[in-house]
Design a protein around this ligand. Structure first.
Ligand SMILES: NC(=O)c1ccc[n+]([C@@H]2O[C@H](COP(=O)([O-])OP(=O)(O)OC[C@H]3O[C@@H](n4cnc5c(N)ncnc54)[C@H](O)[C@@H]3O)[C@@H](O)[C@H]2O)c1
Length: 339
């Protein structure tokens, strides 16, 4: 029997996340990286050469092709709405990086324009595919800790991004917390209340930009669950990514990961482990691969995509509610959103 025809994919963006997706597409036997589009053509060419693909400078050169089944959008956030609309309009499946856009009005307009075609879009909330977090979520859903009462999501970056990035990032809630807000919805789809506080504890750059470097968000789920998200733009001990799900019958938790699990015990101290994996590219390497496998499987099997476009809308709505809450010192009631 001959091997199934691979899903033929075009990639937009040959930057940080573009490299991850290009390498993962190339690694999957049932996917083929056909073309990489990036106006920075030298970058696209280098990545295309490394992955056996071809490089083009403009989206038009991608959309003119007949040999594409799907697109992966890893270009800057302000290109997402346009590329999603054009790709889905041509009947292509889409895996788009988060966030869809920084402006909820433009996201909603895009959703309206897409109509039923929104179901062709998968959102790149990669943390749902982290094997540890996915396992905690599955086991909570299976009732292993009884009724979920509290969820704690800790997400701290090792250090702030450069000022140039921060200026256009949309702020800590839309840029950083959005991953954690989606993680919250992964466990508790219906969030009815958002209370957030932000603080400027260490970065004058971030303060000057009118943003916070430190934030805490409390969400209330429809069944009374309380979810606490703790974010910082810096962390002296590295990239800090943890989850704790506490229920009536116990707790499930997933901690940080180092290169190995080796620990040192001596007269100077106990339980000294390797430093954490440095940042998202390393910590979530497996998650990005699993995400891509799910995208390709969704196309092959016709089973659809999760997380979808509506999850991107819901996470951005929660981020906006967090901004309003932090800026005004009020709790925001949010419409119920379903995974
Ligand atoms: N899921 C995650 O963990 C994660 C991590 C990093 C970035 N992201 C998201 O991925 C997107 C890209 O981020 P990055 O860090 O890779 O940025 P980057 O700046 O490293 O790369 C972006 C690339 O896109 C190219 N580009 C610009 N306009 C384009 C267009 N119209 N078509 C095709 N390519 C275009 C740029 O030349 C650049 O090479 C952002 O939306 C970001 O939020 C997600």
């Amino acid at each position: 029997m001959s091997a199934p025809t691979p899903v033929r994919i075009a990639l937009f963006g040959a930057g940080r996340i573009g490299h991850v997706h290009a390498n993962n597409i190339s690694a999957l036997p049932d996917a083929e990286l056909v073309v990489i589009a990036d106006p920075f053509i030298d970058g696209a060419r280098a990545l295309a050469t490394a992955t056996g693909s071809v490089a083009v400078a403009s989206p038009e050169e991608v959309f003119a092709r007949e040999d594409i089944d799907a697109v992966v959008i890893g270009s800057p956030t302000n290109t997402h709405v346009d590329l999603i609309t054009r790709a889905a309009g041509r009947g292509l499946a889409v895996l788009c990086e988060k966030p869809i856009d920084l402006d909820i009005a433009s996201v909603r307009a895009c959703q309206e324009k897409l109509g039923d075609r929104a179901s062709q879009v998968m959102l790149g909330f990669n943390r749902r595919f982290d094997p540890s977090f996915a396992s905690v979520q599955r086991r909570v859903a299976a009732g292993e800790v009884g009724k979920l009462e509290q969820l704690i999501i800790i997400s701290r970056d090792p250090e702030p991004a450069p000022r140039g990035y921060l200026e256009t990032s949309g702020g800590i809630f839309r840029d950083m917390s959005i991953h954690d807000l989606d993680m919250a919805r992964f466990f508790v789809p219906d969030i009815v209340e958002v209370t957030a506080t932000g603080s400027n504890t260490f970065s004058s750059d971030i303060r000057e930009l009118g943003d916070y470097d430190t934030a805490t968000i409390t969400l209330r789920g429809a069944n009374g669950e309380l979810i606490t998200i703790i974010n910082s733009r810096h962390c002296a001990f590295g990239y800090d990514q943890r989850i704790e799900a506490f229920g009536s019958g116990g707790m499930l938790s997933a901690g940080n990961r180092g290169e190995t699990t080796v620990q040192k015990f001596d007269a100077a101290g106990t339980g000294q482990a390797d430093v954490h994996l440095p940042f998202f590219l390393e910590r979530y390497a497996q998650a990005y691969l699993e995400e891509l496998k799910a995208f390709v499987a969704g196309i092959r099997n016709g089973t659809g995509f999760s997380p979808g476009f509506h999850d991107g809308v819901a996470a951005l709505e929660l981020a906006d509610a967090a901004i309003t809450s932090a800026d005004t010192g009020t709790t925001q009631n949010t419409e119920k959103a379903r995974v």
